[in-house]
Design a protein around this ligand. Structure first.
Ligand SMILES: *[C@@H]1O[C@H](CO)[C@@H](O)[C@H](O)[C@H]1NC(C)=O
Ligand SMILES: *[C@@H]1O[C@H](CO)[C@@H](O)[C@H](O)[C@H]1NC(C)=O
Length: 276
């Protein structure tokens, strides 16, 4: 391909670029442009609204990728790296893999609502870091908020309509989250641990103000620790008792043996008996 270097410094016409691409791909040589920088994923609709509310550094407009209502069971792979808004609502996603949203440094709005999400893998959303402003996780099947998945996200989140399990794990997770605090009011308990807590329909934040959901667990651990220690103690004591008994038995047998010996060794046996 000797003509390529001649072309590159000059102005490229569309036809030249296409031709070059054709030559490169047919030659199987040149580095393939990653799919993420061009095109739109299958079953998505991409649109650019010039300068549409994207804020500082909105070069090249505001790229929105809409993949709503497409029966998707996985997050599309080849999302354009300039995506600012991504709509994945009304699909059949059950989990968000750790690498689902890598390479999207501009993503500011993410809609994952109305799916069947039960799991957000560690790192999956926290990878979006501070660029994310709005996160919709409403109407899914989430039961807990994992700081490993959501830590470092300062987004405003919609967390309504999920079957949240209000337990010690959730209580411990809350202070580790950086989400907009107003979002957390929408974490409404569907169930609680310990079960006797009447939590159904209550906001977790309010519940946690009233009671310590980890208190029961601490008590259980204390009891378990006590039982374990008592068990060890009992074992040591019974071993000691057994040891002493067995030795007494031995000594007695030894004594009896000495006594059965012919007389003349009497003083020896009395020494042993004083020893025992
Ligand atoms: C997207 O990828 C292209 C090519 O790799 C790069 O030039 C561009 O800066 C990237 N855009 C963003 C927003 O990272
Ligand atoms: C949160 O999601 C629910 C259900 O998907 C919706 O009805 C509600 O309007 C959303 N709230 C906000 C503040 O966007």
């Amino acid at each position: 391909m000797p003509f390529l270097p001649v072309w590159l410094p000059g102005r490229l016409s569309v036809a030249q670029v296409l031709l070059a691409a054709l030559v490169l791909s047919s030659a199987g040589a040149g580095p393939k442009e990653p799919a993420s920088t061009i095109g739109c994923p299958e079953s998505c609709y991409c649109s650019t609204s010039p300068g549409g509310g994207a804020g500082v550094g909105a070069v090249g407009g505001d790229l929105a990728v809409r993949c709503s209502n497409q029966f998707l069971s996985a997050v599309p792979r080849n999302l354009p790296n300039a995506t600012r808004r991504l709509y994945l609502d009304y699909n059949q996603l059950v989990s968000v893999p750790a690498d689902a949203f890598l390479g999207l440094p501009l993503l500011a709005e993410l809609d994952l609502s109305h799916n069947q999400l039960t799991l957000l893998e560690p790192g999956s959303l926290s990878a979006l870091g501070p660029s994310l402003r709005s996160l919709d996780l409403s109407s899914n099947r989430l039961t807990t908020l994992d700081p490993e998945a959501l830590g470092g996200l300062a987004a405003k989140a919609n967390l309504t309509n999920n079957p949240w399990l209000c337990d010690c794990a959730l209580q411990e997770a809350m202070p580790k989250l950086d989400l907009d605090p107003a979002s957390l009011v929408d974490v409404v308990c569907a169930a609680a641990v310990p079960e006797e807590v009447d939590a159904k329909g209550k906001s977790f934040v309010l519940l946690a103000e009233e009671m310590d959901l980890c208190a029961g667990l601490k008590r259980t651990t204390d009891v378990a620790m006590f039982i374990t220690m008592f068990g060890w103690f009992a074992m040591v004591i019974s071993y000691l008792v057994y040891y002493v008994r067995a030795n007494q038995e031995d000594a007695r047998r030894h004594l009896a043996y000495l006594k059965s010996l012919p007389k003349g060794h009497g003083d020896e046996s009395s020494t042993v008996s004083t020893m025992v």
